[in-house]
Design a protein. Structure first.
Length: 202
């Protein structure tokens, strides 16, 4: 009954849309509206390949968490990739980025500040969270650069009154053989961190 009432509230011109597209669009609209109707806070976790193979349903069975990875994305790319999430205006938006900036000499802080400024204009009620950069060991002396970037991200959060998500005790056992990306154990560790963080916000 509730779904019937929700569906009737949408007026979609379906004359030029095939059956599969209609079903997909209605399913998406019903899902997003259902979260709004139940009053459950909506979370989106957006970032680079660090988020690959981490799924929203693993973090929350309520269906109110989206995990959106963009493999290879730098903070420059994330200025574009963050736009769809800002349009959806989630209650909480977590950004995971920076690891692809380190070897390219990209100014993560400047780009992230632009994203934060845009978020406050487009979705002022959204709580913004910045994740620290995970450790990696695939380049000589890269650890020092990662520590510096994570400290800079923490300072950015303090200056902008944002939440900072730490990933404490993330060691080499959580990394793949190339010592760059999280392995299966590392993905599980990250998922637990996200679960803990989200539960603390409720």
């Amino acid at each position: 009954m509730v779904n019937d009432e929700i569906e009737k509230s949408f007026h979609i011109d379906e004359s030029n849309i095939n059956t599969w597209d209609r079903r997909k669009r209605k399913k998406k609209l019903l899902s997003e509206t259902a979260n709004s109707e139940t009053g459950k806070p909506r979370f989106e976790i957006v970032g680079d390949r660090t988020l690959n193979n981490i799924h929203g349903r693993e973090i929350s069975k309520d269906g109110n968490v989206k995990v959106i990875p963009y493999s290879g994305a730098s903070s420059v790319d994330m200025k574009d990739h963050s736009q769809p999430s800002l349009r959806r205006k989630p209650d909480c938006l977590v950004f995971v980025m920076g690891t692809n900036d380190i070897t390219k000499e990209i100014d993560t802080i400047q780009n992230l500040q632009q994203i934060v400024n845009r978020a406050r204009k487009k979705s002022s009620n959204t709580k913004i969270v910045i994740s620290e950069v995970l450790m990696r060991h695939d380049y000589p002396n890269i650890e020092r650069k990662i520590d510096k970037l994570s400290n800079d991200l923490k300072s950015l959060c303090e200056e902008n009154l944002l939440a900072f998500l730490k990933h404490e005790n993330f060691d080499n056992s959580y990394l793949s053989k190339g010592m760059l990306h999280p392995n299966k154990k590392g993905k599980a560790y990250l998922a637990i961190n996200f679960i803990t963080f989200i539960n603390d916000l409720k």
